[in-house]
Design a protein around this ligand. Structure first.
Ligand code: MEV
Length: 294
């Protein structure tokens, strides 16, 4: 029997990527897909079994083992979350690792303590993370998130459904965040104006979803996409799939995650038939659904 096993979901950002790094609100929710970490005892020190050979993953596992002072252990990473396409795989790895190690060492840590350790591991992946990915993976709810605070779960009068479509490989989040930081240093005012507006849109989408006005949240996503495009974060591939989601009836659609490739997300009244159609065409798409809370 395994020493401990933990699952942590990936995430999809509905509004607010990048501006969230500068203190503006974002809206994001968990996926069904995620990362599983299984720990077993080992006679030969720290063993890492991982389906992909990524040095950052190895470093994160080592760092976690040393944080929890558990060294004779085999760590197996698995799961069904697409990697490096804007769906929060590195945060899910960090959260699943911390949960598994805390269970194995029978440490009764408070949620904030676990979250802080998961954020510590994130520095292996991208340094200046806002924390939105971790908070979603940790809370497993659709949340409004502001950097430095715990995510606030939305109160939903009706379920919210989205189509997530993995489009193309993406460069590193660390580089995208750093490039935008350089651009902001060069021309602070226009970039800050855009970030400010994206934050306002995120809040207007939060308010709309809490009133059951999904179409209004969709309009906010459309405007968010235009602003991300103005920051050169979209690509022709992402643009084409966003147009396709709109032609399939999306109430709003945009890139999700750091941009420059990755995935797109569309808000729908009924996401199942859209995903069925995309999958039948050989596309990599799935439904994200957050149930009503009242
Ligand atoms: C990455 O999922 C989202 C970004 O806003 C970076 C971050 O919030 O850490 C691009």
């Amino acid at each position: 029997m395994a020493l401990a096993r933990a699952f942590a979901p990936g995430k999809v950002i509905l509004l607010g990527e990048h501006s969230v790094v500068y203190g503006h609100p974002a809206l994001a929710g968990p996926l069904e897909q995620g990362v599983t970490v299984t720990l077993d005892s080992s006679d030969s020190g720290l063993l890492i079994k991982c389906p992909v050979d990524a040095p950052q993953l190895t470093s994160a596992v080592k760092r976690c083992a040393s944080l929890f002072r558990l060294t004779d252990v085999s760590v197996e990473l698995g799961g069904d979350l697409p990697q490096a396409v804007g769906l929060g795989s590195s945060a899910a790895v960090s959260v699943a690792l911390v949960r598994a190690f805390a269970a194995a060492t029978q440490l009764n840590m408070r949620p904030q303590g676990l979250l802080d350790r998961a954020m510590e591991l994130e520095s292996e992946f991208h340094g200046a993370a806002s924390g939105v990915d971790h908070n979603v993976s940790f809370e497993r709810k659709l949340i409004r998130f502001v950097k430095g605070r715990r995510g606030q779960p939305l109160v939903l009068p009706k379920a919210v459904e989205a189509v997530v479509w993995v489009v193309e490989p993406r460069g590193s989040t660390r580089e995208k965040v750093a490039a935008l930081r350089r651009r902001r240093e060069y021309e602070p005012e226009p970039v800050d104006r855009i970030f400010q507006r994206i934050g306002e849109l995120a809040d207007s989408a939060v308010e709309a979803l809490e009133r059951g006005e999904v179409a209004r949240a969709g309009h906010a996503m459309d405007e968010n996409q235009r602003l991300l495009d103005a920051l050169h974060l979209s690509t022709p591939g992402l643009d084409a799939e966003i147009r396709e989601l709109k032609s399939l009836g999306a109430l709003g659609a945009k890139l999700t995650g750091a941009g420059g490739g990755g995935s797109v997300v569309g808000l729908f009244e009924d996401a199942d038939p859209v995903v069925a159609r995309l999958v039948a065409e050989g596309k990599r798409a799935f439904v994200a659904r957050w149930e009503a809370t009242e």
